[in-house]
Design a protein around this ligand. Structure first.
Ligand SMILES: Nc1ncnc2c1ncn2[C@@H]1O[C@H](COP(=O)(O)OP(=O)(O)O)[C@@H](O)[C@H]1O
Ligand SMILES: [Mg+2]
Length: 396
């Protein structure tokens, strides 16, 4: 247990801000603000960024490198996300925008003190989020459409607080396009910083879609180098499970050591198919591959038949016989809704609330949330219960 006071150096431009931080620090036992002349080592530097941001980043990088400072908290009146991103990249532990949110600052100071004292760090959340892995039987079958809209529908449920959506399609990741989002971080970069990834870090680097879903896109600048190994992805997912209720993964068609690890960690695997022979053959191959890879929890694997329609050449029964597994969900063919959602960068519940495609995906989300394995009750053509239970949806 560390009983020494935590020495803090304040590098703040305005007197008011200095006063505010001094007040907050003095309200917690164990912090000691250093005398201005007494430079030397400090355990915590709280620094305000001014106009020459680059110079200031260089300064604290070099101070950190020489061991003259322990951790750094930054503050700035700028709301430019580029500054926040650069601050996190440079290794700042916390970043406070101005005007200060005193509760946030207090929470950060208390957390830092707990860690400093070697007190057992109380996990920020005792969540054990669930991993929903969406895999396509083929390209173009609707894997991204299904993943994006399951994530958004889960997030709309009353008893779900937070949902993240990860794009595992290297280079060709489309989630930011589907959601009309500009993103600055991808999982390749987060994986590089894995030693400092905690919930605070995650919440600051993930992009938030207006639907409320947090997005972690895939790296798009592939140069042949590995972005992460399976162990790092496992650590990242473990942290995400502590932070989010659900982590939906658009796995596309990847089959490598990372996707194998994700498979292992998945609570539910949705295999997306369409009613065509080549796709059904692929789905059957994938099911066998899962077994060969050592993933024997077949009950966790659910088949989604997307773009299903009554006049399909292949009946549901034939498809099930061919694959050798029941089809859990039928998502109707609705090109207009699916395409206009993509073109508008919106999710289906925003643009086609009443469409059957939307209601089916909402039903999948409700079923996931209830922990049921398969749609039940009276089956309509789409395998849904007759009425979607709207009471479970958050009210806006
Ligand atoms: N249920 C559906 N009905 C009609 N079109 C769909 C449906 N689901 C997806 N699509 C369309 O299929 C195309 C491919 O979808 P996408 O989600 O990008 O597939 P993938 O991720 O498997 O490549 C898109 O044009 C999309 O609008
Ligand atoms: Mg896709």
């Amino acid at each position: 247990m560390n009983e020494k006071n935590i020495s803090v150096r304040l590098e703040l431009k305005s007197r008011e801000l200095k006063k505010e931080f001094a007040q907050l620090l003095s309200s917690i036992h164990g912090y000691q603000i250093k005398n201005i002349d007494n430079q030397g080592h400090c355990d915590l530097l709280i620094m305000e960024l001014g106009d020459s941001v680059n110079g200031e980043f260089d300064l604290f990088r070099s101070l950190k490198a020489t061991g003259e400072i322990g951790e750094v908290f930054l503050t700035s009146s700028s709301t430019n996300p580029a500054i926040l991103i650069e601050a996190l990249r440079a290794g700042a532990k916390e970043f406070f925008t101005q005007p200060l949110n005193r509760e946030d600052v207090m929470a950060s100071l208390l957390k830092f003190k707990d860690q400093w004292e070697g007190a057992p760090v109380i996990p920020q959340k005792t969540k054990k989020g669930k991993i929903i892995n969406v895999i396509g039987g083929k390209g173009g079958v609707g894997t991204t459409t299904v993943a994006v809209n399951i994530a958004a529908s889960l997030n709309e449920l009353e008893n779900v607080d937070s949902v993240a959506l990860i794009d595992m399609n290297l280079v060709l990741g489309e989630i930011p396009l589907f959601m009309d989002l500009e993103t600055s971080f991808n999982w390749g970069e987060v994986a590089k910083n894995i030693s400092r990834v905690d919930s605070t870090y995650l919440m600051s680097v993930l992009a938030k879609h207006p639907s409320g879903v947090f997005i972690l896109p895939s790296p798009t600048d592939y140069n042949g180098e590995k972005f992460a190994d399976a162990d790092t992805i496992e650590q990242l997912l473990e942290m995400m499970m502590r932070t989010f209720d659900y982590i939906v993964i658009d796995n596309g068609q990847s089959l490598n050591d990372i996707s194998r690890k994700i498979l292992e960690l998945s609570d539910t695997v949705f295999l997306v198919s369409i009613p065509t022979l080549p796709c059904l053959i692929n789905v059957k191959r994938l099911l066998k591959t899962f077994l060969r890879l050592g993933f024997h929890q077949q009950e966790r694997v659910k088949i989604i038949m997307n773009r299903s329609h009554r006049k399909s050449m292949i009946s549901i029964k034939e498809a099930e016989e061919g694959i050798g597994k029941k089809i859990s969900w039928l998502i109707p063919n609705d090109y207009n809704s699916a395409m206009s959602a993509i073109n508008k960068g919106k999710v289906l519940t925003e643009i086609a609330k009443k469409a059957e495609i939307t209601k089916t995906i909402q039903k999948i989300a409700v079923t996931l949330c209830k922990g049921e394995n398969r749609s039940n009750g009276k089956k309509s053509f789409w395998g849904r219960k007759p009425v979607f239970d709207g009471s479970k949806v958050k009210k806006y």
